[in-house]
Design a protein around this ligand. Structure first.
Ligand SMILES: *Cc1c(COP(=O)(O)O)cnc(C)c1O
Length: 356
């Protein structure tokens, strides 16, 4: 298990430093010791997200963060637009409907990035928000959130984005791009175990929180923000995931954020060039929007065979998700992944190719 190269689309590889940070006795979360760790993590997350606003740490997986965004920022009956380019976009729309929002789903063909002008055509005077995935992990395609932010900046419409598989590997800049809500999760490019979902809100979004009539309890962001003032959380936090995130975010800034982004892009390029040389192709229809944190590769022979073969060779990769489960493999290049891992992946892919 430990010898495996993990190229999964989360949870991702834990660097040794991150694992060591968790080798720690339990500690209380109502004191200075906890508060200092909390502060270190939210400060670095703020820089990663690109915001001067508070970063709230929720004890949950990424889906919990998505749910918190919907619950707190909208009211029952609010109309939102949901551009959908895959599974996670669909999930965001489902959550919104669960909380009584009226969701206008704008579908794009799988493998495509959302056409921002088409999405904008659906925005009208009743629109309260646009909910969209930054990096769609089911297809390996990202959305141009910066362009969408430009369109929405001066409108009374919240731009809410799930950057669960983007943050820390794919550039985002919340304040500059005019994003109102960014949600992420510890177990993807943030190189930590599952358990913490960071969320940040703009001033415009916090105003909406004040107006929201949606019931909340566990994910009440007003309560969470109050506690965040003293670097605490309302409920018991995932203390050891937090220790991991402290080490992981320190590693990101030691390497340098721009270098981290660059490493993701270089790895992606080597990976794509390598598989194309073997006659394979990526699922993304436009290479410009192919995600640097995961690559979806078409597998005409069925994905299960490929995933199994890699597993036998000590490399863990992901199959597709419905409805293209069998049609692609997904290779995570997020977080602690280096060129040697990509080259090993390509070596095994080449071996596999000889078996078919
Ligand atoms: C992983 C992921 C999520 C969250 O999944 P959880 O299992 O709840 O952490 C949400 N959106 C995207 C794009 C993801 O990749």
């Amino acid at each position: 298990m430990s010898k495996d190269i993990k190229l999964l689309v989360g949870p991702t590889t834990l660097p040794k430093k991150v694992m060591t940070a968790m080798d720690h006795e339990v500690f209380g979360h109502r004191g200075k010791y906890y508060e200092e760790i909390h502060k270190s993590v939210v400060d670095k997350l703020g820089q990663l997200i690109g915001t001067k606003e508070d970063v709230i740490l929720l004890t949950s997986s990424g889906t919990g963060g998505m749910e918190a965004a919907i619950q707190n920022c909208f009211s029952i009956g609010d109309k939102v637009i949901a551009p959908i380019i895959g599974n996670f976009g669909e999930r965001f729309a489902d959550i919104a409907e669960t909380y009584g929002l009226i969701v206008d789903r704008v579908y794009f063909e799988l493998g495509e990035t959302a056409d921002i002008s088409k999405a904008m055509e659906r925005v009208n005077k009743d629109t309260k928000g646009v909910i969209i995935v930054h990096n769609e992990s089911s297809t390996g395609v990202y959305n141009d959130i910066e362009a969408l932010g430009k369109e929405l900046r001066n409108k009374d419409v919240l731009l809410v984005t799930d950057s669960v598989s983007g943050l820390g590997g794919l550039k985002i800049n919340m304040d500059d791009w005019g994003i109102d809500v960014v949600v992420s999760s510890s177990q993807k490019a943030l190189m930590s175990p599952p358990g913490i979902s960071p969320i940040a809100l703009s001033k415009k979004a916090w105003e909406r929180v004040e107006q929201s009539n949606t019931p909340t309890y566990y994910f009440n962001l007003k309560k969470a923000r109050k506690m965040a003032e003293v670097n605490q959380t309302p409920w018991t936090p995932a203390t050891h995931t937090l220790l991991a995130m402290k080490a992981a975010t320190e590693m990101i800034f030691d390497e340098g954020l721009e270098n981290v982004y660059k490493r993701h892009k270089v790895n992606q390029r080597i990976l794509i060039e390598g598989i194309e040389k073997m006659g394979y192709s990526i699922f993304a229809k436009n290479a410009t929007y192919a995600s640097p944190t995961l690559t979806a590769i078409k597998t005409p022979m069925g994905s299960k065979r490929v995933v199994d073969y890699f597993k036998e060779n000590n490399i863990l990769i992901s199959a597709g998700l419905a409805p293209i489960k069998d049609e692609i493999i997904r290779v995570g290049t997020m977080g602690f992944v280096y060129e040697k891992d990509i080259l090993e992946f390509l070596r095994v892919m080449n071996e596999f190719d000889k078996t078919i």
